[in-house]
Design a protein around this ligand. Structure first.
Ligand code: OAD
Length: 238
């Protein structure tokens, strides 16, 4: 493991640009349950069945209850050493992009600024009628939140079956195409475009490293794997 860490550090030292792609695993050590790991179920519901426009249409209260539960967990926790190490790496590269699938806001809280939130933010809400989007940090939400136009407000996150924000997606692909090194941290890589971004970077010549305690479908496509928790491994790269 030590030689792998040294190898990656040497790559980072000579790299002109760095892209970091993160997923739920980065926040696991802060206490946010991952989507597909143990503890991912909420009251017997699979998140993949709750995070859909259809589920919200059928039962907005149930979906808000789940988001309320996630928001209350996140409001009480702090970024972990992986978030802080990523924020520190940003300061060391002129060209840097952090692409996250996480909606918890912990990267920004840790100081990351060059940040693309591909799946939106749990701290934003959007009106299903007029589309107006705004920040909302009320926890707990006791009644269904409504917009000033009267429409129902939904969490400002991307759900299964919905397109990703176009501009964010464009910037993510552009950054991946230009990366000298890409770090893929704490994502199962099974939800697009995570996998495509990794393949884009690798296809354009980037050195790609994966940091994850488990193997993923991306593992065979990367140049180097650090098997372990992000909170322990990311600070060793500084
Ligand atoms: P997943 O729950 O699919 O995967 C979490 C990954 O983190 C797994 O590969 C774990 O092995 C890894 N992991 C667990 N603990 C870790 C640790 N301490 N350090 C590093 N890695 C760790 O989460 P995502 O890949 O983020 O989308 O899932 C992608 C998207 O699917 C999410 O953004 C969400 C979900 O449905 C939406 O909500 C739209």
């Amino acid at each position: 493991m030590q030689t792998e860490i040294e190898k990656l550090k040497n790559r980072l030292l000579s790299a002109g640009s760095l892209v970091i792609l993160t997923g739920a695993g980065v926040s696991a050590e802060s206490g946010v349950p991952t989507f597909r790991g143990a503890g991912g179920l909420w009251q017997g519901h699979n998140p993949q069945e709750l995070a859909t426009p259809e589920a919200f249409e059928a039962d907005p209260f149930l979906v808000w209850e789940w988001y309320d539960w996630r928001r209350s967990i996140i409001s009480r926790i702090q970024p972990n050493p992986a978030h802080y190490a990523i924020a520190e790496l940003e300061k060391r590269f002129l060209e840097f992009t952090l692409i996250t699938q996480n909606v918890d806001g912990l990267h920004a809280q840790a100081g990351s600024r060059k940040l693309i939130e591909l799946h939106g933010s749990i701290w934003r809400v959007q009106c299903v009628e007029c589309g107006n989007s705004s920040e909302n940090r009320v926890v707990p939400i006791k009644i269904l939140p409504r917009c000033s136009c009267g429409g129902l407000l939904r969490p400002g996150v991307v759900w299964f079956g919905e397109p990703l924000p176009e501009e964010a997606l464009f910037r993510a692909f552009e950054a991946s195409s230009n990366a000298a090194v890409m770090l893929v941290v704490g994502t199962s890589g099974v939800v697009q475009p995570a996998a495509s971004l990794v393949l884009r970077a690798s296809g354009a010549g980037a050195f790609v490293a994966e940091i994850n305690p488990e193997e993923t479908p991306l593992s065979s496509a990367v140049d180097l794997r650090l098997a372990g928790p992000a909170g322990k491994l990311m600070p060793t790269l500084l």
